[in-house]
Design a protein around this ligand. Structure first.
Ligand code: NAI
Ligand code: AKG
Length: 525
């Protein structure tokens, strides 16, 4: 396994990959999509911070890539839709840098209130710049927090600790969280009109781009301040300069910019009412150590056990739940592949999980089965994009939970409708369980047991003496060993058999077998 670590990922996380036997390739930021695409060849996981953008173009040829890891919170520099389409998991580690980002925002509040950068620059230039640098106290001032998540919530708590009056705007806060805190919520309009200082802690999305537009900044109090240690593009930079020049806003502190690195000749750099830092929010040794190790553990767990944490395009699956569903995973993949041979163009899949199903998280199982069912028909389908691919290809997936397990602890019943191998409409039913390993126990209602991971010949023949011998001797002549011969009777005068063989038969051998008198159908799966 190979991981490509761009953008200065803390070595503690990389050490976890090395300890797990991975090859670790460390790289400077790769800005050019074509260069990143080339660097991703043969890579299983790529780690980035904010400098290397992972675009659709960079991902186009990344055949083996399984995970994109963001050592931090914001995934706005990663094309998550393109990754999902290609079945690549996108993970982040937002808990690791919450404190660092919150403390940076608080630092910027103090820096604005007390003109620290200008004072420092004046001193370094040989002056005693006391006059003109009278500041204001934060205690008693009103802080408007936009986005009361991890960082916004921490900023709110710390600001209350220094005596600020805090309110927030966050329309997506779960009602349970909104009710609990001591931070009153306001509408955006109310918050902007109320606050002395507004601080942003939201992701950049299409909806939040230019959330602080000229009009919304104009609705702020005269002389108010803005802190943006979240993302560039949330504040309209041109409008900000205008409102600072007009004197409508008292000042602003920016850690993040619409374009990063900020252009050398950007007018933001020269503005006396602006304090700028180069996206330093997460730059503490503690945060970098935390995000790299959290991310490494998430990726290693995901690859090794299927556990899903911190993934933005897969539902979470705890390590305990992964242990519970883990043994079922090979069965799901095998059944998906089997179903794909029986119904190459499926239009409807119904999965029924029967028997003991309490607490069973079926989401990863269903995704795995759908991925294996659709896999042969197209490039790359993984649990990440399986349901999306199903919709795109007109496959309806339904599942039910509970019901009689027919004597088994857990029993899986699949019903697959669609077109069969000869484009004929078919409905196939498979029942399977874990019983001395993955095992099909019934096929189309006929009791017949075989391992769906093995090479199997599915046979329907006239139910008369000599058929087993005829097939057996032909396979023997072809040098193929029979591992297991399972017989089933449908009560329709025809016999069914699942013959497990040690290696696949060739098309010519299949044709010869099919020509044997009494054989009605034969399919290799
Ligand atoms: N400057 C830096 O180095 C860092 C910047 N960040 C930025 O901070 C952002 C927030 O990080 P966390 O607090 O960890 O994320 P989070 O997901 O815990 O919190 C984000 C909050 O914003 C809210 N929200 C989303 N859209 C909103 C909207 N349109 N209006 C108001 N609220 C909205 C959400 O409901 C959520 O409560 C990240 O997305 C990232 O862009 C994060 C870490 C470091
Ligand atoms: O990695 C960094 O320095 C920036 C962190 C950041 O912006 C984030 O976690 O969203």
């Amino acid at each position: 396994m190979k991981v490509l670590a761009c953008d200065g990922i803390h070595d503690d996380g990389l050490a976890l990959f090395r300890d797990a036997g991975w090859e670790v390739v460390v790289s400077d930021p790769i800005k050019d999509p074509a260069a990143l695409a080339a660097a991703l060849a043969g890579v299983d996981a790529v780690l980035v911070r904010s400098a290397t953008a992972v675009s659709a173009q960079a991902l186009a040829g990344a055949q083996g890539l399984r995970v994109i890891g963001r050592a931090g919170a914001g995934v706005d520099t990663i094309d998550v839709d393109a990754a999902t389409e290609r079945g690549i998991a996108v993970m982040n580690a937002p808990d690791g840098n919450t404190l660092a980002a919150a403390e940076h925002a608080i630092s910027l509040l103090f820096a604005l209130a007390r003109h620290i950068p200008r004072a420092d620059a004046g001193m370094k230039a040989g002056h005693w710049p006391k006059a003109g640098l009278t500041g204001f106290e934060l205690e008693g001032k009103k802080l408007g927090v936009i986005g009361l998540g991890r960082i916004g919530g921490t900023v709110a708590r710390k600001a209350q600790g220094i005596g600020m009056e805090v309110a927030a705007y966050d329309p997506f806060l779960p009602a349970s969280a909104a009710g609990k805190g001591s931070v009153p919520l306001k509408t955006l309009d109310e918050l902007l009109a109320w606050a002395d200082i507004v601080t942003l802690h939201i992701p950049r999305t299409k909806e939040t781009t230019n959330l602080l537009s000229e009009a919304s900044m104009r609705s702020m109090k005269k002389g108010a301040y803005i802190v943006n240690a979240a993302r560039g593009g949330l504040v309209d930079e041109t409008a900000l300069l205008k409102l600072l020049d007009e004197g409508h806003l008292g000042g602003a502190a920016l850690d993040t910019f619409a374009t990063e690195p900020l252009q050398a000749d950007s007018p933001l750099r020269a503005h006396p009412k602006l304090i700028l830092t180069p996206h330093l929010g997460a730059s503490t040794s503690e945060a970098q150590q935390a995000v790299s190790t959290i991310l490494a553990r998430q990726i290693l767990d995901f690859i090794n056990t299927g556990a899903v944490a911190g993934c933005v395009n897969l539902p979470p699956l705890t390590a305990e739940a992964a242990r519970e569903v883990g043994p079922w995973m090979p069965l799901m993949s095998a059944l998906g592949r089997l179903a794909a041979r029986l119904v190459p163009a499926p239009t409807r899949l119904h999965i029924s999980y029967a028997g003991r199903t309490a607490g069973l998280d079926t989401r990863p199982l269903t995704r795995l089965l759908v991925a294996a069912l659709l896999g042969p028909a197209s490039g790359r389908v993984t649990p990440v994009n399986a349901l999306q691919e199903a919709t795109a290809r007109g496959l309806t997936v339904a599942e039910t939970l509970g019901g009689d397990g027919d004597g088994f602890d857990r029993l899986l019943r699949l019903r697959v409708e669609g077109e069969g191998p000869h484009q004929q409409p078919v409905v196939r039913e498979i029942e399977a369980t874990l019983h001395r390993g993955p095992r099909v126990v019934r096929l189309d209602g006929v009791e017949i047991e075989f391992d769906p991971q093995a090479f199997v010949l599915l046979l329907r023949n006239e139910d008369r003496p000599g058929m087993i011998g005829a097939v057996g001797s032909q396979l023997g002549a072809a040098g193929i060993n029979i591992v297991n011969f399972a017989l089933g009777a449908a009560g329709d005068g025809q016999a069914r058999a699942a013959i497990t063989i040690d290696k696949p038969v060739t098309d010519e051998q299949l044709a010869l077998l099919r020509a044997t008198p009494g054989i009605l159908s034969l399919q290799q799966v």
